[in-house]
Design a protein around this ligand. Structure first.
Ligand code: 5GP
Ligand code: ZN
Length: 114
């Protein structure tokens, strides 16, 4: 989508600190980190939110989970743990309307969130 900031990051039209990329997804550092490690995992394909996935589209959620575990191992925060979260819609706190998962780690996170 032409006016989507995460599509622009995936297409390298705007800069981001990309730490992993493959055929299906891109992982980059959040601009305003909420924890010492705060990464965003996005599909390269534009989906406005989780609600717009249908049928085989849900394969991307498995790929995102697998990428999160791989990154957790590579970056060494498996033992301490992490949080993988997808904000969906306005009550869910979604601001950027391109499906994305937050991967948060590096400090003890509070629960429930505000
Ligand atoms: P949401 O509230 O939609 O789940 O989270 C969107 C996240 O994207 C926020 O944590 C915000 O800091 C991050 N973000 C928004 N615009 C940019 C950007 O241009 N670059 C990067 N790296 N992160 C962004
Ligand atoms: Zn997009």
């Amino acid at each position: 989508m032409s006016d989507c900031v995460f599509c622009k990051i995936a297409n390298k039209e705007i800069d981001a600190d990309i730490i992993y990329e493959d055929q299906h997804l891109v992982v980059f550092k959040d601009l305003k980190p909420a924890s010492p490690v705060h990464l965003l995992i996005i599909p390269k394909k534009h989906y406005p939110s989780l609600l717009e996935l249908n049928g085989d589209d849900f394969e991307i959620t498995g790929r995102i989970n697998a990428a999160a575990v791989r990154i957790a191992r590579d970056m060494g925060f498996v033992e301490k743990g992490f949080r993988l979260v997808c904000n969906c819609g306005s009550d869910g706190g979604q601001v950027v309307n391109h499906l994305h998962y937050h991967l948060l780690a590096g400090r003890e996170l509070q629960w429930p969130p505000g």
